[in-house]
Ligand binder design. Structure first.
Ligand code: GLN
Length: 494
């Protein structure tokens, strides 16, 4: 059952030399052999390279290196196919990058290596992170380890499914409008989207640069705190990276006042505008019970207003495609990956892009090009930027009253494969509770808060925090976890 341990449990056993990093890696690989033919979270895994890293970690442990020095020493962690890992494929689950190998390590990968992690595997995703179900992957749809007739969420569906299926001790994904929190909720794991600028985006293939952040998927909140500490911090190679010290997120989990009311003194907001119809009954019930538990733990629950919430999805679906249309212009058949030849450069370009991009990516490029075109720029893009500022101001005002905001992470539990894939608007609504966090640049996480339906499907509770308020939302989620056991439930394919 080695593959089911959390990172903190595994590092305890590694430190006591009860198990080796190689054992931990082999446990993950055996689990992949057992369940991944059904879950299909992994696009690939370089086993030889991973084994060499694990053996090197075991040598370091034998030589006396401690987890105080390298907090992730010997821990197998897998990556979303959007992060550059030198010598490994990076394809964003797109045909246009088929065969492309990353020539360098992104900052997050570099930091994970410095922390001693064993990095293995490329995880499936919606093509270029556009989607909420992994059904937009050019390769295949990843399935939910709780019920393989259902999607795992997206775009980081492979990340969430791999953690829920215990195929990796943690995974690293990216969140532009909910792609860490929503799949974490649908698969019953913890997913954290850091404050914009907290984690360097250098080496993250860009979708919408002003919204993208990298963050962890873990089995519990303590592990999320450990990983956030390892990957955060200023980086000169990302001009939007914040010059702020990285606190000890793990130490901050323990409240000095602890006892039975560890959240005493904290105010948590419930959003008036989020009390809308359309939230599945079982999801609503689980989140309400979760909020009642936060109150029992000592938090004061108050209502807050985010008056511009109604405009979040529309604003996002102008800004994100606009940035995507510019970012994806680099895939031109000349510089990266795939090329389909043509009589002249224009034909080469359009043939390559025609063959290389899937329908959702094309839809976004067309939308983004349209809202940026002269004549429409002012009416759409510029207007959306102004509304974005209003949305951020709403949050900053709310955070003058409360320390965090609580809501469902997603309006429904995992839906059936194919249920929403023919209706982009329905799919876009999966992110109705997560999107405004990216527009505002604040931080958010999803923590398991119960189950709904038969077979049981996980429900996630979202906690949003003020800019650089990760410590606070992690502490709330941790206190909540200590008094529940939702996060310890194991999926049928775990
Ligand atoms: N589902 C949203 C989209 O399709 C968000 C995706 C993401 O966060 N990468 O754009």
């Amino acid at each position: 059952m080695l593959h089911r341990l959390t990172i903190s449990q595994l590092t305890g056993q590694l430190a006591r030399r009860e198990v080796s990093s190689r054992d931990a890696l082999e446990a993950c690989l055996a689990q992949i052999d057992r369940v991944d033919p059904q879950v299909k979270a992994f696009l690939s895994a370089d086993r030889a390279d991973a084994r060499a890293q694990a053996d090197a970690a075991d040598h370091a442990l034998a030589a006396g290196t401690t987890h105080a020095q390298k907090p992730l020493l010997g821990v197998p962690i897998a990556l979303k196919d959007v992060l550059c890992h030198r010598g490994q494929p990076v394809g964003c689950s797109s045909r246009i990058l088929e065969g492309f190998v990353s020539p360098y390590d992104g900052t997050v990968v570099e930091r994970l290596k410095t922390a001693g992690a064993v990095l293995f595997g490329r995880l499936n995703m919606d093509e270029f992170a556009m989607g909420s179900s992994t059904e937009n992957s050019a390769y295949w749809t990843t399935l939910n380890p709780w019920d393989t007739t259902r999607i795992p969420g997206g775009s980081s569906g492979g990340c969430a499914a791999a953690v829920a299926a215990n195929e990796a001790f943690a995974t690293i994904g990216s969140d532009t409008g909910g792609s860490i929190r929503q799949p974490a909720a649908l698969c019953g794991c913890v997913g954290l989207k850091p404050t914009y600028g907290r984690v360097s985006r250098y080496g993250l293939v860009a979708f919408a640069s002003s919204l993208d952040q990298i963050g962890p998927f873990t089995k519990d909140t303590r592990d999320a705190a450990t990983l956030l500490g390892a990957i955060s911090g200023h980086d000169r190679r990302d001009s939007t990276s914040l010059v702020e010290p990285v606190p000890d997120y793990v130490a901050a989990l323990e409240s000095p006042g602890a006892g039975s009311t560890p959240l005493k003194g904290l105010r948590i907001g419930v959003v008036k505008e989020f009390q809308i119809g359309g939230v599945e009954a079982g999801v609503d019930a689980a989140v309400k019970t979760g909020i009642a538990r936060l109150r029992e733990l000592g938090a004061e629950i108050v209502e807050v207003s985010l008056p511009h919430s109604d405009y979040a999805a529309a604003t996002y679906y102008i800004i994100a495609p606009a940035e995507a249309s510019a970012n994806l212009a680099r895939f031109d058949g000349v510089r990266y990956g795939r090329r389909v030849d043509g009589a002249d450069p224009f034909e080469l370009n359009s043939r390559t892009r025609g063959a290389g991009f899937g329908p959702e990516v094309k839809r976004r490029i067309i939308l983004g090009t349209y809202v940026l075109s002269s004549g429409y720029y002012d009416a759409y893009y510029l207007r959306a930027q102004k509304v974005r500022t209003l949305i951020r101001d709403d949050f900053l005002k709310a955070f003058e009253k409360v320390d965090a905001i609580v809501s469902p992470t997603a309006p429904t539990a995992a839906f059936k494969v194919g249920e929403k894939s023919s209706d982009p608007l329905q799919m876009y609504l999966s992110d109705i509770f997560t999107i405004s966090c990216n527009l505002a640049g604040i931080c958010g996480l999803s923590v398991p808060c119960g189950f709904t339906g038969t077979p049981r499907l996980p429900v996630g509770m979202q906690l949003l925090g003020r800019p650089l308020g990760e410590g606070t939302i992690l502490k709330i989620a941790h206190a909540y976890e200590q008094s529940t056991d939702w996060h310890r439930q194991v999926a049928p394919l775990g």
